[in-house]
Design a protein around this ligand. Structure first.
Ligand code: HEM
Length: 146
């Protein structure tokens, strides 16, 4: 069996990241369409099921796994990482990505309770936030510009 422990954990980290980002980019897209149908309508009830399953079965576990394997890499990498600018920038944007996750989760509860008042335009803009954060995170950790 090839590859050291660090490479295996990094592979598991990336698999978790891909699943987390897939959900973070898809869920707000569902909100764009959900905000366009009437509360209590059959379409709205279908969106509720899709959003609940996406968040609970994919996004939440994938975020947990990203953190577990990310922190494991952090420990294996050693304390030197804290003197590197790219890591501080990456960590800042990972915290912002986690906050974005929190907002998506809160908005889902509003839809679930038929109390969403935000427009489709609001969710179109919100949909771009995880995309921009992901681009910055990946550039920081791959290019390590500073
Ligand atoms: C709590 C969250 C996270 C922690 C603690 C963490 C930590 C780390 C560490 C220590 C590495 C190894 C760096 C290296 O070997 O050069 C790494 C690699 C990586 N991380 Fe994260 N990370 C987290 C979240 C994320 C997120 C949200 C993304 C993407 C959106 C991401 C993308 C990557 C990528 C692409 C690599 C591979 C870099 C390479 O191959 O050189 N990470 N992560």
């Amino acid at each position: 069996m090839g590859g050291d422990l660090y490479s295996w954990i990094k592979a598991l980290h990336l698999i978790s990241v891909i699943a987390w980002m897939a959900g973070m980019l898809y869920l707000p897209r569902l909100y764009v369409y959900h905000a366009g149908v009437a509360a209590g309508s059959p379409e709205s009830e279908v969106f509720k099921v899709m959003e609940r399953r996406l968040l609970r079965a994919i996004i939440n576990p994938a975020m947990g796994a990203t953190f577990i394997f990310g922190i494991w890499l952090l420990v294996l990498y050693g304390p030197d990482i804290w003197s590197q600018g790219w890591w501080h920038a990456k960590l800042t944007f990972v915290i912002l990505m986690t906050a974005a996750h929190g907002f998506l989760s809160r908005w889902r509860k509003d839809f679930e309770a038929d109390r969403n008042t935000r427009s489709t335009v609001f969710y179109r803009v919100a949909n771009e936030v995880p995309t921009v954060l992901m681009i910055v995170i990946v550039v920081m950790v791959i290019v390590k510009p500073f």
